[in-house]
Design a protein around this ligand. Structure first.
Ligand code: SF4
Length: 440
């Protein structure tokens, strides 16, 4: 039986998709990239913001066509969309046969086998905290040969007023370190060269374990697997990142000095309304400490514009702070309102036009900063992880300061490089977001 899976949303969702594929391959399904050939189609969805909700629904309707024009007999929608909208979603999407919540990924093979032919929709929406981590005896179907995301925890115990995730994923649960190490070793043995640690809040790792642990300890254990790999973490939190993590990164060459820490805003007034318990001064101290500990540290962050109550003054504090820190990478989203969010009740909503205008102003400022930061790499030599071939004499790769999928890339001029190799590359040219160079 053939199966096609479309994975939407964040890196954490991709791990869930790869885990579902593992369960299905283990029970005899073949994976096809061609939806028209598939006997069953799965869409692993996202519902974090309204754009993601729209993309999920568009993808479902698009792939549902294969129930008429293809082999598809079973259409399954999994993840954050059914978790957020539950049975209400089933009514609006009659073409879908199964809805699987975030607590039931490990049931996917079972549900497709047990219900080959049915005349009513089936919703499996257990408590999200029932979600199991990737099992060590289920093969992880990695969607890349060179890089893989490793989930180190699930859920979130914070209460940011604009965020639905704690409701969709439950409270923070750290994954046992032995399971993470086991999966990491298998991935490295299979040839993967970069492991990117993900969770809702990676820097909160281990605080709920008995005995307690932390991200610095986990990174140290993982760095002992091989010197010839890169380790990286995404989705840190300003409140839970500490000097221990910074010093651990400074000590281990195979841990990328890369800090992805979404700050969301820089105005104390807005941070308070967002339920973020840190201030502009705290952020200054944080980036100061990072740059003192690791001078060439790469910094990524994410920002929300148009949050209820955001004034021109709040926004200019934000613009000034982004200019002051000069992040290497910046993601900017406009606030996405919904009546199931605490922030929905906040006064003084910001109109969409203003929110978009502020997003553009920030991104235009960042384009200038990014181009200037990239120029500083010219004539420097870095190991580049080669990931694909662009043309006869150009390969594509990334340096330690370029994370997969979200940051710029590096073009390497050569006729014969091996995918998965780290190639010492001298940077010759820089662009707004990308770089180019030659092997040395
Ligand atoms: S820390 Fe992140 S995942 Fe947790 S509630 Fe805040 S925004 Fe959502």
């Amino acid at each position: 039986m053939k199966l096609h899976l479309a994975s939407l949303g964040c890196a954490r969702n991709l791990v869930d998709s790869e885990t579902m594929l593992g369960h299905l391959v283990k029970s005899g399904w073949d994976i096809t990239q061609e939806p028209s050939e598939a006997d069953a189609i799965i869409i692993n969805t996202c519902s974090f913001i309204s754009d993601a909700i729209n993309e999920s629904i568009d993808t479902i309707l698009e792939l549902a066509k294969f129930k008429k024009n293809g082999n598809c007999k079973q259409l399954l929608v999994a993840g954050c969309l059914p978790e957020r909208f539950r049975e209400e979603l089933a009514e609006t999407l009659p073409e879908v046969d199964f809805f699987l919540g975030t607590g039931a990924y490990d049931q996917v093979a079972h549900i497709l086998e047990r219900h080959p032919a049915r005349n009513k929709q089936i919703c499996l929406l257990p408590n999200p905290e029932k979600a199991s981590f990737p099992e060590t005896d289920v093969p992880r179907i990695s969607t890349s040969d060179t890089t893989a995301y490793v989930k180190i925890a699930e859920g979130c115990s914070r209460h940011c007023t604009y965020c639905i995730i704690p409701r969709l994923r439950g409270k923070h649960r750290s994954r046992p370190a032995n399971d993470i190490l086991h999966e990491a070793r298998l991935l490295v043995q299979s040839g993967v060269k970069e492991l990117t640690l993900v969770a809702q809040d990676t820097t909160y790792y281990g605080k709920d374990l008995f005995p307690p642990s932390n991200l610095a300890v986990l990174l140290t254990q993982l760095s002992e697997i091989s010197e010839d790999i890169w380790l990286r973490f995404l989705y840190g939190h300003p409140e839970s990142i500490d000097e221990n993590v910074m010093k651990t990164i400074a000590r281990h060459p195979n841990i990328c000095s890369y800090f992805d820490i979404p700050i969301q805003h820089a105005s104390n007034r807005i941070l308070k309304k967002m339920g973020r318990n840190y201030s502009l001064d705290d952020l200054r101290k944080l980036y100061d400490t990072i740059r003192t500990t690791i001078p060439d540290a790469a910094l990524r962050t994410t920002i929300i514009t148009g949050f209820p109550g955001e004034t021109e003054k709040d926004f200019s504090i934000l613009m000034d702070f982004i200019q002051e820190i000069r992040f290497d990478h910046l993601g900017v989203f406009t606030y996405s309102d919904s009546n199931d969010l605490p922030s929905h009740k906040l006064p003084l909503p910001v109109d969409e036009h203003t929110a978009n205008q502020r997003q553009d102003l920030l991104m235009n400022q960042q384009a200038v900063i990014s181009a200037a930061n990239n120029q500083e790499h010219i004539d420097k030599t870095y190991p580049v992880l080669i990931e694909s071939r662009e043309s006869d004499n150009v390969f594509i790769g990334r340096t330690f300061f370029q994370a997969p999928e979200v940051d710029g890339i590096t073009f390497v001029s050569s006729r014969n490089l091996k995918l998965g190799d780290f190639v010492q590359t001298r940077i010759k040219n820089s662009f707004e977001y990308d770089l180019s160079g030659e092997p040395v």
